[in-house]
Design a protein around this ligand. Structure first.
Ligand code: 5GP
Ligand code: ZN
Length: 116
């Protein structure tokens, strides 16, 4: 049995607030949100990080789903108050804490640059 938290969420062993789910990708609310809206776009397949992606069509799946969800929430970046940020932390230095690939979709406040 997997010890991976996102594999456990995918398998229903750990509860999560699902925004979307199919057999390849799911979208959940982050348990420790860093913005008013903080979603995680996660492939069902266990892939450790962005650096481990061999099949570039996975990017299309994940980015496509992220944009579908963003559009569904009315986020288009065209008004001052509805931009968003997509983040993929990769590896220890990149700030990744869960070693199962995921995109963060954050919105609802102004974000600074450079990131911390
Ligand atoms: P990372 O630091 O790897 O880029 O992002 C991992 C994210 O997963 C963090 O924002 C963290 O709050 C979130 N997270 C960790 N454990 C859980 C969990 O059990 N449920 C949910 N919904 N999010 C989690
Ligand atoms: Zn996993």
């Amino acid at each position: 049995m997997s010890e991976c938290v996102f594999c456990k969420i995918a398998g229903g062993e750990i509860p999560a607030e699902f925004v979307y789910k199919d057999d390849k990708v799911f979208v959940i609310r982050d348990v420790n949100p860093q913005a008013p809206t903080h979603l995680l776009i996660v492939p069902v397949q266990h892939i450790v990080s962005a650096a481990e992606v061999d099949d570039p069509s996975l990017w299309s799946l994940l980015m496509g789903r992220a944009m579908e969800v963003a559009r569904g929430m009315g986020l288009d970046g065209k008004r001052d108050d509805n931009g968003f940020r997509l983040v993929i932390n990769t590896g220890i230095q990149g700030g990744q804490t869960v070693p199962h690939l995921h995109l963060h979709l954050l919105s609802g406040r102004n974000f600074g640059w450079p990131p911390g």
